[in-house]
Design a protein around this ligand. Structure first.
Ligand code: NAD
Length: 498
């Protein structure tokens, strides 16, 4: 179909509010969803108004009474059914991720299998007692006995960005449901369809009405939800600036918060590294998801003896990588999500060049792809540590390569950032890998490994990268409050109250 023909089609507004087990139209402004590969609108979704948000929170509060007291095994069984539902709908979910984000097929497939694995992991944790409600506490005084309980926090707001909508929603929803919380999901205004599909799978898995609710909309809907009196906990993923706004709002009522924010991570290549493997790791660390990753290792530090050969190979790989829409053959790098994001990245590149950075490849859209929001994989050299490209999160396909002379200097450069999310270390020396992993100020360190993430390992960062950890047992604890119950043993002599 020609572009003009697509624009001429009037798109029906799809419901963007899910409350008490039913979809309905929100009373707020409709969201227009735009295909990042063609810049053409492909769907419209109704946004929530303030009353919709109030109703969604009220529905979650009603459902909380029975969901938080449901046997953990029963909640786990529902999570297992959601995992099966995701697997049964793999084909549609993959297509949806390709459609909405322009992700290459292999990336969309990874997202879907990650979402299913997350629900399955928390189902297993429920079965194996990892969500346990009550455990005895050893006391030094026989006159008393005590136990510790992990109780559901309450109604949770799950606020999701656009870069990994299905994965991020699953990382929040699965542990929240395992813990016994009920939720209101607020997807990104740019990509709400993945969470809509997930909510349908949750409903088909017999999760009771009101346990999972959804309100589509922009940042004002997110802000209203995050500061709502009925919301006990906010789990937020997105920009550091918005995370800080959530934190300020939470201070009013000491709401619980988890924040997964930005990053400016380093990949360190030592002189004993296998050059081809290091280049491949650097390519994926900077260009997977078109670089729109909080964990992007955009700062690539290379031992001086390898630097020139490394740069040559990375530039060659970046130039040869196929950039394009997901259904084209051999595509490795897709588009950015929006015109605004593309402009933001190009603006940062322009400022970085003014400050002395040298663009070795990329830096603009490949000529045949100017209709969409593409930027070719970009490699820069000569980027000083005070260059804007070195300091700010770019969230686009840009790798900055810099030489170092000593292990000490590499660690100092890696940690010289306001952020502290991840790091990658590439070396053949196990002792050095251990030393550098210890020294990195980050929540996750990969050694000679791509950015694999398992539901069993935690996710989150230090400094401006956020607060708290998702995934693993820490993920479920983030949706629980600790309560100790201390009982006097009958007949025991009790000391006076201290
Ligand atoms: P954002 O932080 O503005 O939005 C993320 C989510 O939060 C969206 O659902 C949004 O509607 C909501 N939101 C925004 N402001 C809010 C507020 N004050 N209170 C409550 N909810 C709010 O991110 P964005 O506009 O999608 O992207 C902007 C930048 O954020 C990107 O360029 C990138 O640097 C960063 N980002 C980081 C991540 C990450 O995983 N760390 C993800 C997406 C974007």
């Amino acid at each position: 179909m020609k572009r003009e023909a697509i624009s001429a089609v009037t798109l029906a507004v799809e419901p963007g509010v899910f409350i008490d087990g039913a979809w309905r139209q929100g009373a707020g402004a409709a969201l227009e969803l735009v295909d990042p590969c063609s810049a053409q609108p492909y769907a419209r979704v109704s946004g929530a108004a303030a009353d919709d948000v109030d109703e969604a929170v009220a529905a979650a509060a009603r459902a909380l009474r029975s969901w938080r007291t449901a046997p953990v095994a029963q909640r786990g069984e529902r999570l297992e059914r959601i995992a099966q539902g995701i697997e049964a709908h793999t084909r549609e979910l993959v297509e949806l991720q390709m459609r909405c984000n322009g992700k290459p097929r292999f990336e969309a497939e990874l997202d879907v299998s990650d979402a299913a694995a997350t629900f399955r992991y928390y189902a297993q944790l429920c079965r194996e007692g990892g969500v346990a409600a009550s455990t005895p506490v050893a006391l030094p005084d026989d006159a008393f006995e005590a136990d510790v309980r992990h109780e559901a926090v309450g109604v949770c707001a799950l606020i999701v960005p656009w870069n990994f909508p299905l994965v991020t929603a699953s990382w929040k929803l699965a542990p929240a449901l395992a813990a016994g919380c009920t939720v209101v999901i607020k997807p990104s205004e740019l990509t709400p369809l993945a969470e809509r599909a997930l909510v349908d799978i949750v409903t088909a898995a017999d999760v009771p009405a009101g346990v999972v609710n959804l309100v589509a909309g922009g940042r004002e809907v997110g802000a209203q939800l995050a500061s709502h009196r009925g919301v006990a906990k906010v789990s937020f993923t997105g920009s550091t600036a918005a995370g800080q706004a959530v934190m300020r709002a939470a201070a009013q009522r000491m709401q619980r918060i988890s924040l997964e924010l930005g990053g400016k991570s380093a990949l360190i290549v030592f002189d004993d590294a296998n050059l081809d493997e290091a280049v491949e790791l650097a390519f994926n660390g900077a260009f997977f998801n078109a670089g729109q990753m909080c964990s992007a290792t955009s700062r690539v530090l290379v031992a001086r003896s390898l630097h020139d050969a490394f740069v040559e190979k990375l530039v060659a790989l970046a130039r040869s990588a196929v950039v394009g829409a997901p259904h084209e053959t051999d595509v490795r790098v897709g588009p950015l999500i929006s015109a605004a994001q593309r402009e933001r990245v190009l603006g940062l590149l322009a400022r970085g060049k003014e400050q002395g950075a040298r663009v070795l490849c990329g830096g603009a859209a490949p000529t045949q792809l100017e209709a969409g929001y593409f930027i070719a994989p970009t490699v820069c050299a000569n980027v000083a540590p005070d260059n804007v490209l070195w300091c700010e999160e770019i969230f686009g396909p840009v790798a900055l390569v810099r030489a170092f002379d000593t292990e000490y200097e590499a660690i100092a450069l890696a940690n010289d950032s306001d952020y502290g999310l991840v790091a990658t270390v590439v070396t053949a020396d196990a002792a050095r890998a251990a030393r550098v992993s210890d020294a990195c100020e980050a929540g996750v360190v990969w050694v000679n490994a791509p950015q694999v993430i398992f539901p069993q390992t935690g996710w989150g960062g230090r400094k401006l990268s956020g607060l708290g950890r998702e995934l693993g047992p820490w993920g479920v604890r983030a949706y629980q409050e600790i309560k100790h119950v201390i009982r006097a043993r009958a007949g025991a002599a009790h000391p006076p109250q201290s």
